[in-house]
Design a protein around this ligand. Structure first.
Ligand code: DGL
Length: 294
């Protein structure tokens, strides 16, 4: 494990492959950092489970990444886990900077012209006290229409599996996106219409094209990847832990390494990493046997 703080990896985790959308933004913003990603696909989706379950998983994963990889910070690349578990995580591991993600209500309220914003997120996120407070904070002159999207993150997980099941999953993604966007209301630039759509779950970024065809070209679709990456940079800078370039003796590479683990099917993670991040299969590894019960 590298001794200097700057050379240590940043941990990133999600209930599954959704957090790869955040990892993509992190790699763009912080090209010299090493990242260790854990997809908890064996326990996904989190969005339709209780807080206690999500808290247990978050603490177990943070412990694994800290113990096995000496991470210098942890990005909770999951809105649901942030809502349920980022505070308990900070209390349990006060020495580990934890960066959470939350639906981008603030930028959406700032840029909506019709003052009507649609939000898609998991049941866990929209039912949380954290989301409620966020919504109230920005509700003065903006109307938020909010939809919990049961089944959508699960279908996106399935879409990276075997070709046959992934075709069925893609069909399910189209059906669910159509159902949930029509439940939000009508989209467009006319008064009263929704002109801004917030993707409040990191998985939904991978359904952006389907959503785009449903809401039309003029609607702004916002996710949080880039903002979270900038926040991670700030946190690392404050901690004097930012990797600013190749660390000659320790690692001659000019860009950081990425290692991905899953508690689910390795082949599905490899397919997702290749398809969405253009990462070779060798970046993905099975969990060490001793961590089988993670
Ligand atoms: N990707 C997650 C989020 O941002 C959760 C999806 C799920 O497991 O339900 O909320």
């Amino acid at each position: 494990m590298p001794s200097s703080l700057a050379a240590r990896p940043v941990g990133v985790f999600d209930s599954g492959v959704g957090g790869l959308s955040v990892l993509q933004a992190l790699r763009r913003e912080l090209p010299h950092e090493h990242f260790v990603y854990l997809a908890d696909s064996g326990h996904a989706p989190y969005g339709e489970r209780g807080d206690a379950f999500v808290q247990r998983r978050t603490l177990a994963i943070a412990d694994f990444l800290h113990r096995q990889h000496g991470i210098k910070a942890l990005v909770v690349a999951c809105n649901t886990a942030t809502a349920a578990a980022v505070e308990p995580l900070r209390a349990a591991m006060p020495g580990l900077p934890a960066i959470g993600v939350e639906p981008a209500l603030k930028p959406a309220a700032r840029s909506s012209q019709t003052r009507h914003v649609g939000v898609l997120a998991t049941r866990g996120t929209v039912g949380s006290g954290r989301f409620d407070r966020l919504r109230q904070e920005h509700a003065q002159d903006t109307r938020f229409s909010v939809q919990a999207c049961d089944g959508l993150a699960h279908a996106i997980e399935q879409s990276t599996g075997e070709p046959q099941s992934s075709e069925a999953a893609n069909e399910r993604i189209r059906t669910l996106c159509a159902r949930y966007t029509s439940a939000l209301g009508s989209f467009g630039q006319q008064p009263g219409e929704i002109d801004t759509l917030v993707l409040g779950c990191t998985h939904y970024v991978f359904a952006r094209e389907v959503l785009r065809t449903l809401v039309g070209p003029g609607v702004q679709i916002i996710d949080t990847g880039a903002a979270v990456a900038r926040q991670t940079r700030r946190i690392l800078e404050q901690a004097d832990a930012l990797a600013t370039g190749p660390v000659a003796e320790e690692d001659p590479a000019t860009t950081g390494r990425v290692t991905l683990y899953t508690t689910g099917q390795l082949a599905a993670l490899q397919a997702a990493a290749q398809r969405w991040l253009d990462l070779p299969a060798q970046c993905c590894a099975a969990l060490p046997p001793a961590e089988g019960s993670l």
